[in-house]
Design a protein around this ligand. Structure first.
Ligand code: GLC
Length: 438
């Protein structure tokens, strides 16, 4: 637990003393967001409140046009106390490998704020001038003019949980799910007369339509893509992204069947990334971005593809991994992301939390309970590793940190949810947004 001026303000990413500290001695916003769930459930609210206000303090207020400064409204990927715990040093990517700037931090912050307010009833925090201003800046950062005309958010490579090159630039599912939920949170927490409220409300409707229509993959969609027209202009055809049938990978056909379905990893011009990303799909189910039927289909996929996705240790971040030439091209021959390792098909215990919440949403507590129960003794014996590797996810990851905070939080949070499923209400929404085409 990290303190600022003697008050708890966050949790370090890892407590592993044997591995090089690198940047694991920082508080990552996304890692803390996951950890805030068990903290809030257990009534540890002060640290969450302090974290929220510290992020407001660090949020960039830079005026536009300086390309070397974080954009106005941005929040850091991570921070650490300096000068004997009297000041926080924020990293917007300047200190990270490949200098990747986080897109997801502001959205995680908004989700933590909403969960905090729901759990504590402390609406005054969200009504404070500085917190309201922070929300407004985030909404402006996300909704203002840009170079394209889709409801989704254009995202650079490696700018979220996957923070290394992995072919996740463009419109990655995970960022769209977080963006959607952050807008829902903003709509709930900002006063009705706030100038951007109307646009926020419309954007969530467009996002629901867009994701359910263009990202969804199931046998019916694959068939439509196989038979769909290509090279059509404007409004003439439903294949608006001009996806070519020959690009459907051979594995995808038989893999998704028998009532299962999922959201593709990425959609853009001429591009449907058919890979299955667990985190984005689970978040889509929790935030009501997936319809109730789609949530059932995602749970079904986990059930029929248990060996691929849960494997020995839950839960695969992405399936399948890039191999051979794909690995060379898409990761830039990154040794840490060799096939079935780390981001490229490694298994991440923090996912147990969203996985359990999504299973409960789908009425499949049985699926979650079994996996959580089996994982517990291994996680403890392995000292809470950051990730596992191998096609079967059976070995502790090379270079994986032990005593990783969000691995422990994922398992703990999953258990707390299984004990009391209603706790998930603080960080989820029903699928009640009416989809609206553009
Ligand atoms: C790695 C992960 C990132 C995480 C950080 C701290 O960089 O890719 O998602 O936030 O470690 O745990």
């Amino acid at each position: 637990m990290v303190e600022l001026d003697g008050r708890p303000v966050g949790l370090l990413a890892s407590l592993d003393q044997d591995a090089p500290r690198l940047n694991y001695d920082r508080i990552f916003l996304r890692d803390f967001a996951v950890a805030s769930i068990p903290l809030l459930i257990e009534g540890e609210t002060e640290i969450v409140r302090n974290f929220l206000l510290a992020c407001v303090e660090m949020q960039s207020r830079e005026e536009p046009f300086d390309c070397f400064r974080p954009g106005k409204g941005l929040m850091p990927a991570s921070f650490r106390p300096v000068d004997d715990g009297s000041r926080l040093d924020a990293d917007y990517g300047e200190d990270s490998i490949a200098r990747v700037t986080p897109v997801d931090s502001v959205f995680w912050w908004m989700l933590v704020l909403r969960a905090y307010v729901k759990k504590t009833g402390d609406k005054e925090l969200a009504a404070r001038d500085d917190v309201r201003e922070a929300m407004r800046l985030i909404v402006e950062l996300a909704l203002t003019a840009r170079f394209e005309m889709y409801p989704t958010l254009l995202t650079p490579d490696g700018s979220f949980m996957i923070d290394r090159r992995m072919g996740v630039y463009g419109h990655p599912l995970e960022v769209q799910a977080l963006f959607f939920a952050a807008l829902r949170a903003a709509h709930e927490l900002m006063p009705a007369d706030e100038p951007h409220q109307k646009h926020v409300g419309k954007r969530v409707q467009h996002l629901v339509y867009h994701l359910r229509q263009y990202y969804w993959v199931d046998p019916g969609r694959l068939e439509a893509l196989r038979k769909g027209k290509v090279d059509q202009y404007g409004e003439q055809d439903g294949n608006i992204f001009n996806i070519y049938p020959d690009a459907i990978p051979t594995w995808a056909g038989g893999w998704v069947c028998d009532g299962a379905g999922y959201f593709a990893g990425n959609v853009g011009p001429g591009r449907l990334d058919y890979r299955f990303f667990s985190h984005g799909n689970l978040l889509a189910a929790l935030f009501g971005l997936a319809s109730d039927e789609q949530t059932q289909a995602i749970a079904r996929l986990f059930e029929i593809r248990r060996d691929d996705l849960l494997a020995c240790m839950p839960l695969k971040l992405v399936y399948p991994a890039f191999e051979d030439r794909d690995w060379q091209i898409e990761t830039g021959s990154d040794p840490k992301n060799r096939p079935w390792r780390y981001h490229n098909g490694g298994s991440w215990p923090f996912l147990l939390l969203p996985w359990t919440a999504a299973c409960l949403r789908a009425g499949r507590a049985d699926l979650a309970a079994e996996a959580v129960e089996q994982a517990g003794p291994h996680l403890a014996a392995d000292d809470w590793p950051e990730f596992y590797q191998g096609v079967d996810g059976g070995a502790v990851g090379e270079q994986a940190r032990r005593r990783q905070i969000w691995s422990a939080a994922g398992w703990l949070g999953a258990n707390l949810l299984l004990e009391n499923p209603s706790e998930a209400e603080a960080f989820s929404w029903p699928a009640d947004i009416e989809p609206k085409p553009c």
